[in-house]
Ligand binder design. Structure first.
Ligand code: NAP
Length: 240
């Protein structure tokens, strides 16, 4: 199980309950991650070759790539390593937010570079909700107010004009509305991560009339079976 998401955790727990031995892999980005049942290993594999060696050493018979929809490198590495070893691979990727009623009001962009450009044009005070690994792309925004929320401290030095708050989802709409209203946020910059854990910021933005800049997902790897729910992934992993 390539993890780092709530879905990965939930699937690992359910497989363990079904008597299936599971090794979950986390990158180690947060200091005290929520851990699934079964075996857990932490840290990168060392690219495709490292993952190939791991799959062989541990006699892995199936791989579920349940990493975050934006974990593009890990997803590509999983596809390459499983193709080399002939290991069946499933991508579990929760549906994005494009089906929401307010999605047509958002400024959709292809990547973080475009997000930065569009948000700059919009101006004003920004809630930057793109994940700690992407903050470095924005640190030259040192002349505007930027709110970021992180679980552990940011991995980069942030400009003096930024405010860093600590928090771990799920977040509710009342708290998100309070946060954005109290900081007089004009623009929310975020990724089309999907799921319910972090969706309240979108409800709050909609209620407050905050502009939303939404980064579209990277494309799925070619030729890899993909499902959108833990139930479907469970059926696959159990051999259904
Ligand atoms: P990434 O850019 O696709 O991956 C970079 C490298 O990190 C990979 O090449 C791999 O190193 C290592 N890695 C990533 N996920 C791993 C895993 N589950 N187990 C072991 N090594 C892993 O990934 P990312 O966007 O930095 O995301 C890292 C992790 O955080 C993922 O597991 C993802 O589910 C989670 N996450 C990401 C986001 C996001 O917005 N990107 C948000 C929430 C959670 P090696 O090449 O050395 O194997």
């Amino acid at each position: 199980m390539l993890g780092g998401t709530g879905e990965a955790r939930s699937l690992a727990d359910r497989l363990v309950t079904n008597g299936v031995p599971v090794i979950s892999s986390l990158v180690g980005a947060v200091r005290s991650p929520a851990l699934p049942g079964g075996e857990v290993r932490i840290g990168g594999f060392g690219g495709v070759d490292g993952l190939v060696a791991f799959l062989r050493d541990r006699g892995v018979s199936r791989v579920v790539d349940a990493t975050h929809p934006f974990a593009e490198q890990m997803t590509a590495n999983a596809a390459a390593a499983c193709s080399q070893t002939g290991t069946p691979l499933l991508r579990l990727s929760r549906p994005g937010w494009e089906g929401r009623a307010d999605a047509s009001d958002w400024h959709w962009v292809a990547d973080l570079g475009d997000a930065k450009r569009v948000a700059s044009e919009l101006g004003g005070r920004v809630f930057l909700s793109v994940g700690r690994g992407s903050l470095a792309d924005f640190t030259d925004w040192d002349d505007r107010y930027v709110l970021v929320r992180v679980i552990d401290e940011p991995p980069v030095t942030v400009p003096a004009s930024w405010e860093v708050v600590r928090g771990r989802g799920p977040f509710d709409i009342a708290a998100e509305t309070d946060l954005m209203r109290s900081r007089e946020i004009d623009v929310l910059v975020t990724k089309n991560s999907g799921g319910r854990q972090t969706a309240a910021k979108l409800d709050a933005a909609s209620a407050l009339g905050v502009a939303v800049v939404m980064v579209g997902r990277p494309s799925d790897p070619e030729g890899v079976e993909t499902v959108g729910s833990v139930d479907a992934a469970l059926a696959w992993a159990l051999g259904g």
